[in-house]
Design a protein. Structure first.
Length: 114
């Protein structure tokens, strides 16, 4: 399974961005798709995830601002609204197969200026 993320960039505080992550390979093995992020000097953390049944899970710090979705091609999206400087990080898409194997994309940088 390969994952490729798109959509990062520079945005002003209060703005929005939409990330997408295309999957390829044995995509029908994928149960959970989602996004993690890693800010400079910090550990990677979960942002949002969605199961193949549509159940979502969000970190508290993005609830009500970010929204995760996926389509029939197992492309996963992250709509990020009301961005704040503390959201600045490299965002990684993530996939977990039904049997637990995990896959990571290459990361896309999101920079929010104040």
């Amino acid at each position: 399974v390969q994952l490729q993320a798109f959509g990062g960039g520079l945005v002003q505080a209060g703005g929005f961005l939409r990330l997408s992550c295309a999957t390829s390979g044995n995509v029908f093995s994928l149960n959970i798709l989602g996004w993690h992020r890693q800010a400079p000097g910090k550990q990677r953390e979960l942002v949002a995830a969605i199961t193949d049944g549509g159940t979502t899970n969000y970190a508290d710090f993005v609830k009500g601002r970010f929204f995760v979705s996926r389509d029939a091609r197992n492309t996963v999206y992250l709509q990020m609204n009301s961005l704040q400087p503390e959201d600045t990080a490299v965002y990684y898409c993530h996939a977990r197969a039904y049997w637990g194997q995990e896959h990571w994309g290459q990361g896309t940088l999101v920079t929010v200026s104040s």
